[in-house]
Design a protein around this ligand. Structure first.
Ligand code: SAH
Length: 302
């Protein structure tokens, strides 16, 4: 990943289009989109519609994502009147600050609460509190794909399990697993910034004796796990399954796969079946899908 400057993409829209634009920016921006309420002027002849600034951040060098955002906004522009996006370059520090201003306590599922490191929070009984400084890594908890994993984790984790978190980002899922009683969590990421951020977050949450973060991918598995969680894109999930990711799962173990845009679901299901994993659960938010699978007790023939 480019560790240099960040590009802020900002689109000013009214309430109706804000939702659609934030869905687009959520999909492409690092750590999702942020929505800022701008004051309405109250001057128009019509009832003044509320104005919103929807923003997302990507590395300046990521021209592919920039192009994808421009195209997606162009398509939306056929449905809603959307002004041209405004691009501005931020330094890494500006980016972190811009992000902090929009990031607050987040409740997910039945008991998971994500608290930004710079905020104080008094936990209620039974809550799983994760303190995060997402820094430069993906995984602030605001993205639907992360939330689907957190919900699936709440359902599937039980104390004493060993867990493998592939593509840990900020470490959010690894920390959630540890705080819900996992005995040992291996967390890996190919992005060095993610590895550093995840290590910091693991330490801040006091779970460094349970969670071990390493640079790399699924080849860093040590033995077989009770549960694997992987929140990357469908293509990456399929490719890792083809490479043998399921070998890192104990027979009868659980795999939670997220980051799947709905039209890629069939492909991931096929790859799971091929790996001897039966889909037993499905969680959906907007056009994102997470699948929960169980590995057969014995490897399927062939
Ligand atoms: N687990 C976090 C972050 C998900 S973002 C959450 O749920 O919010 C996906 C992460 O996977 C990114 O940090 C990215 O660097 C990492 N990644 C992408 N391809 C990977 C691969 N082949 N192996 C391991 N990590 C990968």
């Amino acid at each position: 990943m480019n560790t240099g400057d960040w590009l802020e993409i900002s689109v000013h829209v009214d309430g109706e289009a804000a939702e659609a634009v934030s869905e687009v920016l959520n999909r492409y921006g690092r750590g999702g989109a942020v929505v800022e309420h701008l004051l309405s002027t109250g001057l128009g002849a019509h009832d003044d519609a509320d104005q919103w600034a929807v923003k997302a951040y990507i590395p300046t060098g990521d021209l592919v994502t920039r192009r994808q955002i421009e195209e997606a906004l162009w398509h939306l522009g056929q449905l809603y009147p959307i002004p041209e996006p405004v691009f501005s370059v931020l330094t890494e520090n500006d980016w972190a600050q811009a992000w902090k201003a929009h990031y607050s306590v987040l409740r997910i599922g039945r008991r998971t609460v994500i608290v930004p490191q710079w905020q104080s929070y008094a936990p209620q009984d039974g809550e799983v509190v994760i303190v995060l400084d997402p820094g430069m890594a993906f995984g602030t908890g605001t993205h639907p794909t992360t939330q689907l994993c957190l919900v699936a984790l709440e359902e599937r984790i039980s104390p004493g399990m060993s867990v493998f978190d592939v593509g840990t980002g900020s470490g959010v899922l690894a920390i959630a697993a540890a705080k819900q009683g996992a005995r040992a969590v291996r967390a890996v990421d190919v992005d060095e910034i993610a590895v550093a951020t995840a290590r910091d977050n693991v330490a801040v949450n006091g779970v460094a004796d349970v969670v071990h973060v390493a640079a790399g991918s699924w080849e860093k598995a040590s033995g077989q796990y009770d549960l694997i969680v992987i929140n990357i894109l469908a293509e990456v999930i399929c490719s890792l399954l083809e490479q043998g990711l399921a070998d890192a799962l104990k027979p009868g173990g659980t795999l939670i796969a997220s980051g799947i845009i709905d039209d890629r679901e069939a492909g991931v299901r096929a790859a799971l079946t091929e790996s001897g994993i039966e889909v037993v659960g499905r969680h959906v938010e907007r056009d994102w899908v997470a699948l929960v699978g169980l590995k057969h007790e014995r490897k399927a023939a062939g």
